[in-house]
Design a protein around this ligand. Sequence first.
Ligand code: R5P
Length: 322
Amino acid sequence: MSLTIIDGGANTPLAEAIAGTLAAPLSRRIIGRFPDGEAQIQLIDPVADDDVVIIQPTGLPPDAHLIELLLLADAARRGGAARVTAVIPYFGYARQDHDGGRPIAAALAARLIESAGVEAVITLDLHSRVVESSFRVPVRNVSAVQLLAERLRPLLPDDAVIVAPDLGAVKLAERYAGALELPVAFVRKERVTGAAVEAHGITGDVRGRVPVIVDDMISTGGTIVAAARACIGAGARADVFVSATHGLLVGDASARLQELPLRALFVTDSIVAPQAVPQRLERVTVAGLLACEIADVRSARSLPSERAPSRTEEESYVSRQS
Ligand code: R5P
């Protein structure tokens, strides 16, 4: 089955890099707008009987990029694609995963993606397992932790401590800690508004240590800034490392982060960079990781469901790169 890769338009540099790694040209398509603002999609190259892979992070802005993904998948299915896989490096609408007057947005997004004809999903460091469990089609949630940890490793002193900026990030922090053989602390965070968070103390020993704050994403930067200040307030060294898979960096996030005593800030290229980024920010590409996963899906031909990322797999990818 021929591989057809379609760039959904939300992260063309990443789509090009993945296609380059897989030695497959990007399929031609038109993504435009009708005069009223409605998304207008057209596949130019035929996709009949092809194994179609659409690369589209659904963020910045989430609504438009989600709709484009849905329309592209529908067009591919109607064009006779043998299978449609969505590679969603950043999965938008993953954070509203509670009820009580609020939608379970991840479940709705999953239903929409499936109903557009997507039969498999590859994504990266999902915010919540609610996303995975909302899909009936197989989901591969790969992780950039090992890649990011390898970039941190040569920079960190022996007395560094991995810091989860909230309870939700503890599992992720434990994975960094395992990779880097460092202890873990976590911040007790309260979100006051969408952009404002408060830290109410730290569990774990950060005194005299270099804090390495890790999270799945940086949006407004409020969580990282509050965590860094809490660490320094608790006696950590004013020498802060930050690592997050998704660098959304919305609004004045860059300016807020710039005020921290940052030694290094790592994010991946899961989402297109905003114009202004903080000094000391470095993007680590996940193109190879995702290309590897696409190739694996193609060779496996069928995906096991509920498949959690395995460290062995990440390590084998990293060792292949080094
Ligand atoms: C929250 O649970 C997430 O893991 C991130 O901590 C949060 O989305 C980051 O948002 P912000 O940068 O706006 O604080």
